[in-house]
Design a binder for this molecule. Structure first.
Ligand code: B12
Length: 219
């Protein structure tokens, strides 16, 4: 199987769409219950894409192609992410989105699938979501847990603005805010006033499950 994972990484980096999809199907069909190593292998391929973009070997069109290939492969692997039965204590819905000015959604989508696989209910607002829309949705739907994703360094400002918008609306004490994405860190989370930082999708599920348990019945 490690050979399949190596191929997934290499071909993702080389933008070999057909080969990536073939390998993803092979992996999914192998009966291996854990598809996370395949997703990690694709992610490593994305690192190669990013490096080649930095070195001007790839251009924006290649990033678009990379996004499409990863998303297609994810659709093949997604049914094999085990789905837990929703726990009765999970009466919380997690509001998830990519913040304003950022259109990257692959990481966010993986986070969503993993959260759902843990039995959490997720309301996904998509990408490029302004602070006001996040706050309004949280208020209207009585949401207590918000997970923000960002990949562009400049989007940290949007995360900060979102947290500030909750404060201005008088709702900051009502919501717990988790941030994640490759431009974030624990330090950034504490600097902008988030409640927690998650590195891996599994972290987001673990933290949100814990919060959902603590907030049970408190909507
Ligand atoms: C694909 C891609 C695109 C695609 C995105 C398609 C899509 N549907 O998402 C498109 C073409 C749209 C794109 C556009 C741009 N991109 Co781009 N893109 C990438 C690329 C190659 C991969 C990103 C990705 O999907 N990675 C795979 C996912 C799975 O990883 P992830 O997002 O980090 O998510 C993981 C974790 O971070 C975590 N996570 C993510 N979110 C959350 C949330 C929570 C709550 C938690 C707990 C965890 C978590 O879990 C995920 C799984 O492990 C990266 C390079 C790279 N290696 O990151 C550049 C990259 C992010 N892009 C970059 C740039 C510069 C751009 C553009 C500005 C290019 C341009 N000149 O137009 C535009 C900006 C558009 C915009 N306003 O958003 C730079 C960003 C530099 C920076 N730090 O600011 C990068 C790093 C490339 C580079 N090396 O320069 N891009």
């Amino acid at each position: 199987m490690s050979e399949v994972l190596d191929h997934l990484t290499r071909w993702m980096g080389d933008l070999e769409e057909e080969k990536v999809l073939q390998m993803a199907s092979l992996y999914a069909g192998s009966g291996n219950p854990d598809v996370m190593p395949a997703i990690t292998a694709l992610n490593q391929g994305m690192q190669i894409v990013g490096e080649r973009f930095d070195q001007c070997e790839y251009f924006v069109g290649d990033l678009i192609a990379a996004g499409a290939i990863f998303s297609e492969a994810l659709e093949i692997l997604r049914p094999f992410i085990p789905r837990a039965e929703p726990e009765s204590c999970h009466d919380q819905t997690i509001l998830l989105c990519t913040v304003e000015s950022d259109y990257h959604d692959i990481g966010k989508n993986i986070v969503k699938y993993v959260m759902q696989s843990e039995g959490l209910s997720v309301l996904d607002l998509g990408v490029n979501v302004p602070p006001e829309q996040i706050v309004k949705t949280a208020r209207d739907k009585k949401i207590r847990i918000v997970a923000l994703s960002a990949v562009l360094t400049s989007s940290v400002d949007s995360m900060r603005a979102t947290i500030e918008a909750f404060r201005k609306a008088g709702l900051r004490d009502q919501v717990r805010i988790l941030i994640g994405g490759s431009c974030t860190s624990e330090k950034i989370a504490s600097h902008i006033g988030a409640d927690a930082w998650g590195n891996l999708p599994g972290d987001s599920a673990r933290i949100c499950t814990q919060w959902a348990r603590e907030l049970r019945g408190k909507n």
